[in-house]
Design a protein around this ligand. Sequence first.
Ligand SMILES: Nc1ncnc2c1ncn2[C@@H]1O[C@H](COP(=O)(O)OP(=O)(O)O)[C@@H](O)[C@H]1O
Ligand SMILES: [Mg+2]
Length: 335
Amino acid sequence: MSATAPPLPRLHIVTGKGGTGKTTVAAALALALAGPGRRVLLVEVEGRQGIAPLFDAPPLPYAERHLAAGLDGGEVFGQAVDADEALLDYLTMFYKLGTAGRALRKFGAIDFATTIAPGLRDILLTGKLKEAVSRTEAGRMAYDAVVLDAPPTGRIVKFLNVTVESGRLAKTGPIGKHSRSVARMLHSSLTAVHLVTTPAAMPVQETLDAHRELAAADLPVGRIVLNEVVGAKPVDVTEEQLREGLAKTGLPADERTVAALLDEYASSRIEIEAVDAYRDRLERLGRPVAELALLPEGVDLSGLYQLAETLRELGEPARPAPRAADDVEGGPGGD
Ligand SMILES: Nc1ncnc2c1ncn2[C@@H]1O[C@H](COP(=O)(O)OP(=O)(O)O)[C@@H](O)[C@H]1O
Ligand SMILES: [Mg+2]
């Protein structure tokens, strides 16, 4: 028994540059984590309704709803958390404002509060996550894991760290206490922030920047997910072999066809080498790099399960990096 090993993360925050596959990866991860008898909650917070279409489901409500069967007999639930609803929840919880809360909404007071204090919005959203992670039902955890389709890398540290600030500012009272407990969870090994990127210059750079910012904020980085990787491994093929191959299969092997194929071969080779270079840079961060293939037909529901299988085969969710002592940036291999 290892008394010292930190617990495996149960809150998985999936971030990345917009368009790199955050929503797709968050959904696939939720399916992968839903092993036998396990319940996983997949949450979105940006009001985009990006999750439902992936599962061919109608828009997600504020209340949790069953979404799909997990990979191995578990269950995935979905939820679109909205700051206004969350504020009502808290008013009800802390101040017992039942109908009065609803009246506030009617008069636009809730909109007003979350608009003038944008930080409040994020306090409420991260608070809902904490609540979902720690909720118990009939003597067991309501969810074995919670996966968040999170704001993009450019905003992630601010989003996750808003409660550090509010916990400091509000020394007493429910908001301060609540903020400190949310901040504690987000900085603990219960949480893992996964960074999604495609093999391209801008998203990789954003990933490196985000990794540095997360480490500086002492937020636990889990995995790097290199998404949309073109599968083929480079093979060496000569013009002669190409001609022979074409002739053998009865395809035209004239000059023009051969030249065009060699061109295409050379450019896909360059692309593959570029992916290798990006992978190297990402690996130097010292976190596990998970690779997901580019699905040529796009991501339908069966594609999503396929991506989930790849993630599951990679084994348990990555333990967050040891923080504070983490010295990746200054290590000999760092750049
Ligand atoms: N591995 C993949 N193979 C093929 N298409 C992908 C893959 N991952 C994501 N996509 C597609 O890329 C687009 C952006 O993905 P999405 O998850 O919505 O990104 P984000 O949430 O980061 O904006 C979507 O059309 C999605 O289907
Ligand atoms: Mg998205």
